[in-house]
Design a protein around this ligand. Structure first.
Ligand SMILES: Cc1cc2nc3c(=O)[nH]c(=O)nc-3n(C[C@H](O)[C@H](O)[C@H](O)COP(=O)(O)OP(=O)(O)OC[C@H]3O[C@@H](n4cnc5c(N)ncnc54)[C@H](O)[C@@H]3O)c2cc1C
Length: 394
């Protein structure tokens, strides 16, 4: 069931058409498909292939580089629609927004070299290696080090929670080119490299260990030994990579918000339908306000988060890099999703716990967004500090 009134007023005719086309693709992969994928823990390769072949993953690459020339609001709508029909935008989203680092900070040669291959030749840019065992929330503490040797960087270190490393050809890697102890400003001395991992995976320069997590996410620990990367693969200036990743974070946050809103609406759709069909005490459970109110509350929260997300997408598209709206959209949408997941679980009762109803897998997946890619605490700490002018806690 689809609630047509969820098409916000902000959608253009083209975007409504985009949503309808994406819905048609997404609906081919039904609940049974996602139950099988999530139960087995495998990657949804067929779904990803169809989206790749249809050019959807290069939606944000400008037409001059062979991409779809879409806007951030288009991409937000695309990801929301996938999740709305039970899909998992997390399996592909990085491919969409990571190329933004090349687009915004790469040289013209880098754009010409990489973007058409990503757009048309199926070259995958699915991974971003930032987090390390001793550097999670505090990114400046990364230790993976790139030493310059002629025209190459030689890299040693390790990363953790590097998602989709099995499913990528390229990765953006955050390294230190100056040690944390040697820089005055802790965000200096950090550099972003575009790494072609195809060979490195085979020759042991990057070894990886899959980490099993509670939701349908494919993530890994990496050990990097004498990995050689040409200097020409550096994105942006040496030592100024923190700026490169910061500029991509707003788009990441508002795009993942869109997935959370889509997933939240999936829960609402499924639970509303079930509440009308399931009879207990001789009447549909949906007649009970104990069932109605949590769903209605979660729905209002999702819609409020959605409006904030559209505003975040609009100001980002217009060139603003103020993080308030994107961070707030992420905060509100992850909470709204979690509330929708719980309301759906209470509506389904025992059936919510049974895997065959397609709720419990999504319920587990709904918890992660409160923690990653940025935790609720850290969003609030940033707003308290930057927007309210309160003392910095870190
Ligand atoms: C499924 C999954 C996929 C991921 N994919 C990627 C990926 O592809 N690439 C990548 O680089 N990383 C990835 N990550 C890592 C993710 O970004 C980190 O988990 C996240 O940044 C938090 O870091 P941490 O887990 O080390 O938490 P820690 O930094 O150890 O923090 C632990 C807790 O303390 C809280 N905390 C810390 N400091 C403060 C403070 N000052 N005030 C209040 N609370 C605080 C945090 O909010 C957090 O809840 C992924 C993680 C997961 C779980």
């Amino acid at each position: 069931m689809a609630h047509d009134w969820l098409a916000e007023d902000v959608l253009t005719e083209d975007q409504e058409a985009l949503r309808d086309t994406v819905s048609d693709i997404a609906r081919k992969y039904d609940m049974q498909y996602w139950i099988e994928v999530e139960e087995s823990g495998r990657y949804p390769a067929e779904w990803v292939k169809e989206l790749t072949d249809g050019g959807w993953l290069s939606l944000l690459i400008p037409e001059e580089y062979g991409g779809g020339g879409g806007t951030i609001p288009d991409a937000a709508l695309f990801l929301e629609t996938l999740n709305r029909w039970g899909g998992n935008g997390g399996a592909i989203h990085a491919q969409m927004y990571q190329m933004g680092a090349i687009l915004r900070h790469g040289t013209e040669e880098q754009k010409q070299q990489w973007l058409p291959q990503i757009a048309n030749d199926g070259l995958r840019l699915q991974s971003f290696g930032i987090t390390e065992p001793d550097a999670g929330t505090d990114t400046t503490r990364i230790r993976t080090f790139a030493r310059r040797e002629g025209d190459e960087y030689v890299i040693n270190g390790g990363k953790i929670y590097t998602s989709r490393f099995h499913q990528t050809d390229l990765m953006l890697l955050l390294v230190r080119t100056e040690k944390y102890e040697d820089v005055e400003k802790k965000t200096d001395g950090i550099t972003v490299l575009l790494v072609d991992v195809r060979e490195a995976k085979q020759n042991g320069q990057i070894e990886y260990r899959p980490i099993k997590v509670m939701s349908g996410h494919h993530t890994n620990q990496l050990t990097i030994t004498n990995l050689r990367v040409p200097v020409e693969n550096r994105i942006g200036d040496e030592g100024k990579g923190f700026r490169v990743i910061l500029s991509g974070m707003n788009s990441e946050r508002l795009l993942v918000s869109s997935e959370y809103i889509g997933s939240g609406l999936y829960f609402i759709d499924r639970a509303v339908q079930y509440s009308k069909e399931r009879e207990v005490f001789g009447r549909p459970i949906g007649m009970n306000q104990g069932i109605q109110f949590p769903l209605a509350t979660a729905f209002t929260e999702l819609r409020a988060a959605s409006l904030m997300r559209w505003h975040a997408a609009k100001v980002f598209q217009e060139g603003s890099r103020d993080g308030f709206y994107a961070n707030t959209a992420k905060l509100l949408s992850s909470k709204a999703l979690w509330n929708a997941a719980n309301a759906a679980m209470d509506t389904f009762g025992g059936a919510g716990l049974a895997s065959e109803y397609g709720i419990e897998q999504k319920f587990r997946a709904a918890r992660g967004p409160l923690i990653a890619p940025i935790s609720t605490n850290l969003v609030l700490a940033g707003i308290a500090h930057r927007d309210l002018g309160m003392p910095k806690s870190f």
